[in-house]
Ligand binder design. Sequence first.
Ligand SMILES: O=C(O)CC1=CCC(=O)O1
Length: 93
Amino acid sequence: MLYHIRMDVNLPPDLDPDERADLLAREKEYSQKLQREGKWPHLWRIAGEYANFSVLDVADHDELHALLSGLPLFPHMDIEVTPLAAHPSKIEG
Ligand SMILES: O=C(O)CC1=CCC(=O)O1
């Protein structure tokens, strides 16, 4: 199943710089593992915002929830999920 996700990152301004760097490094490692596994086929920066649009390809809502709640930045993000269904006008390819 495909899901369109918007993630807005809200890191505390007073976060310790080492803690911030560690969080971001772990987030990158986590998301790149899922990208390599084909579960995170799109990851786009929203221009001008500390936010991204992503498309995740997972089995069901439960896997989606597990994946999202495992994000190192999860406690610092607002996440909006839109489930995607097939469009009848879409051509193959
Ligand atoms: O910077 C972001 O948009 C948050 C994020 C999600 C996956 C990743 O590597 O960073």
